[in-house]
Design a binder for this molecule. Structure first.
Ligand code: DGL
Length: 270
């Protein structure tokens, strides 16, 4: 296990990772909230999707990435993946030498926002089957009925940069129509890939769903944790963002650039 970091490390980067490119939706919010911070993003695309992997596989990959980020001198780590948070956030927190922030489906805000008392949730199988998710439901769903749908195929479409093509439309359309028929009025995005589908989901529902993306709440939580640990970068200058992937194909940089919204140079995570 890595040793404790030295004090006074405000200028050091924050590590952010996901099974693939979905965590870029969280990275965008972090960049927006914390413009001075240096950010390192790791896409574990060689092992995506996590949603259908075993608990042991996911934990193993999270530890490899945590150690990589530690060796990049990160001062904090954001697990920008609901599946990884559901499976191993407790282990990561107990064994990491820096603050670890996770992401969970926003059941509580959805229950507060829903008028019909019917909430839709799109998440991966790993998240939905986890004990952590069951506890979350018990704690916060209250009287609301939650229509939770694993969405096989969504992640793969987004990893290819397909955000609105015939294939992703054909996958998403029946899910959204079914939710509308059930009276769902509030939709929780329980996977960090799915915010990239918000325009499509809005279109398919004719704007009838209040779509909740928890990424801004994660960025605010990160800000609080950095503040509490005296780790905020208060330099006032613009932070840099570096991208790594465990799989570099001819398209990796262009898809990351497409989702990130500006040109991104990507290095192989070794
Ligand atoms: N983006 C991830 C999540 O939030 C994982 C998707 C996957 O790899 O299955 O759950």
């Amino acid at each position: 296990m890595p040793a404790d970091p030295a004090p006074d490390l405000n200028h050091l980067p924050i590590g952010v990772f996901d099974s693939g490119l979905g965590g870029l939706s969280v990275l965008q919010e972090i960049r927006h909230h914390l413009p001075a911070e240096h950010l390192i993003y790791v896409a574990d695309s060689a092992h995506a999707p996590y949603g259908r992997r075993s608990t042991q596989d996911i934990l193993k990959r999270c530890i490899v990435i945590r150690d990589f980020l530690y060796h990049q001198s990160c001062k904090a780590m954001v697990v920008a993946c609901n599946s990884a948070t559901a499976i191993c956030i407790d282990t990561l927190r107990a064994t990491s030498p820096f603050p670890v922030i996770g992401i969970e489906p926003a059941i509580k805000p959805a229950a507060l926002a829903s008028s019909s008392g019917k909430i839709g949730l799109l998440a991966t199988q790993a998240t939905l089957e986890s004990n952590r998710f069951q506890s979350l439901l018990q704690a916060w769903a209250g009287q609301c009925k939650v229509f939770a749908v694993p969405c096989p195929g969504f992640v793969e479409c987004i990893e290819r940069g397909d955000l609105n093509g015939p294939q992703v439309r054909a996958l998403a359309s029946p899910v959204i129509q079914d939710m509308l028929c059930q009276g769902v009025d509030t939709l929780v995005l329980g996977c960090t890939h799915y915010p990239f589908l918000i325009p499509l989901l809005t279109d398919l529902s004719n704007g009838r769903l209040n779509i909740i993306n928890p990424a801004p709440a994660v960025a605010r939580q990160l800000q609080r944790r950095l503040h509490d640990n005296n780790l905020l970068n208060v330099s006032g200058s613009s932070g840099q963002t570096h991208f790594y992937s465990s799989s570099l194909t001819a398209h990796t940089a262009s898809i990351i650039s497409q989702l990130w919204g500006q040109r991104a140079d990507v290095q192989l995570m070794r």
